[in-house]
Design a protein around this ligand. Structure first.
Ligand code: FES
Length: 154
């Protein structure tokens, strides 16, 4: 099996990342799962998990503010303020149309940029199952040397 295919195959199972009450208290938690750096977030009663390093230039997302933009709950990367949807990793931005500079800016999508992982709770324990979406997602680039190799192949 090629290295990239090996890396993206479905994982053996969910990874225990902690007790629910501890993760709620922490709000943001860093974990390394199968060599992948993951940020576990608890926000307004919901858990989320995503690649820890921002897809743009690898900035750590741990201290990013969470705000709603265009009806989407996003983490704002502290480094350059890129906005990433917690639900699906979509990168969004607001911009004015060049042909109508007097008009208010509108929201646009860059598509899925950040790899999002699945969080489950069982009896007070919280688990993360790593995403196995079988294609390169921009945040893969910042998951160490393997990520860089994968980018060159896709
Ligand atoms: Fe996150 Fe640039 S590194 S916005």
């Amino acid at each position: 099996m090629e290295e990239s295919a090996e890396r993206l195959k479905p994982t053996a199972g969910p990874h225990l990342v902690g007790r629910k009450e501890d993760l709620i208290k922490a709000k943001r938690s860093f974990r390394t799962l199968e060599g992948r750096d993951v940020l576990v977030i608890h926000h307004q009663g919901t858990f989320y998990a995503m690649d820890f390093h921002c897809y743009h230039a690898g900035g750590p997302l741990q201290n990013g503010d969470i705000e709603e933009f265009d009806g989407k709950l996003c983490i704002v990367c502290p480094k350059h303020k890129y906005k990433i949807s917690l639900a699906d990793g979509e990168g969004i931005y607001s911009a004015k149309k060049p042909q109508a500079p007097e008009a208010a800016p509108t929201w646009h999508s860059k598509g899925i940029k950040q790899r999002i992982h699945t969080v489950t709770e069982i009896n007070g324990d919280v688990y993360v199952t790593l995403s196995c979406v079988p294609r390169f997602i921009d945040s893969d680039y910042f998951q160490g040397e393997k990520g860089r190799i994968e980018r060159e192949r896709f």
